[in-house]
Design a protein around this ligand. Structure first.
Ligand SMILES: CC(C)(COP(=O)(O)OP(=O)(O)OC[C@H]1O[C@@H](n2cnc3c(N)ncnc32)[C@H](O)[C@@H]1OP(=O)(O)O)[C@@H](O)C(=O)NCCC(=O)NCCS
Length: 164
């Protein structure tokens, strides 16, 4: 993982997600979500028309290129949605989520998207904070939408942001 003892501060580049990245994205997805998406699942999404993603790779690690985060989005007919986004816990709150979302918003704009949507668990303070700071606004609330392993349920917020 991140070579803390060699580099006191990791630096990251944001790059388009490639099929070769799907294994690493799946591994990190499994660390951040209760249901891991397999690399095949991510690859088949990435190959669908309108789907694009970004990865944050550490550029100053000595022996590898650790993945710090990813975002996957889909656009169709002038609208886009964030399918998933995750940042490694160890480098959380260092701006990677922001940078990945900015990359996705920029790419969506280039593709002619007018509105970006996403869905987020109401109690996900970090994600809701990130999206609000990016200018997303709540347009719907789906009560008891998500079910946790212990049976508790939580609401989903649908949020949107105009890109034009
Ligand atoms: C949500 C997530 C992607 C945020 O990534 P991140 O790299 O830690 O976020 P950033 O450092 O870019 O934060 C940008 C802004 O988001 C908000 N934010 C991020 N983490 C927050 C937290 N724990 N509490 C409150 N606000 C938070 C803040 O406004 C922050 O700006 P600030 O640090 O200047 O105050 C990350 O926490 C994550 O991977 N969570 C697990 C997976 C997940 O829930 N994905 C979203 C599913 S909808």
């Amino acid at each position: 993982m991140f070579d803390d003892y060699l580099t006191w501060k990791p630096f990251f580049d944001i790059a388009p997600m490639l099929l070769d990245d799907c294994r690493a994205v799946s591994d990190l997805h499994g660390q951040r979500f209760a249901r891991q998406w397999g690399d095949g699942e991510i690859a088949s999404l990435l190959m669908q028309p309108g789907v694009f993603g970004f990865c944050a790779f550490q550029t100053n690690a000595f022996f590898s290129r650790p993945l710090g985060g990813f975002a996957l989005s889909r656009e169709a007919a002038g609208e886009a949605e964030i399918l998933t986004i995750g940042v490694a816990e160890k480098v959380g709150r260092s701006g990677l989520g922001w940078r990945l979302m900015q990359a996705a918003l920029r790419e969506a704009t280039v593709r002619g998207v007018e509105t970006m949507f996403l869905e987020v668990e109401e109690n996900n303070v970090a994600a809701v904070g990130l999206y609000r700071r990016l200018g997303f606004e709540q347009v719907a609330r789906r009560p008891a939408y998500y079910a946790a392993a212990d049976g508790t349920r939580s609401a989903a917020l649908v949020m949107r942001r105009d890109l034009r």
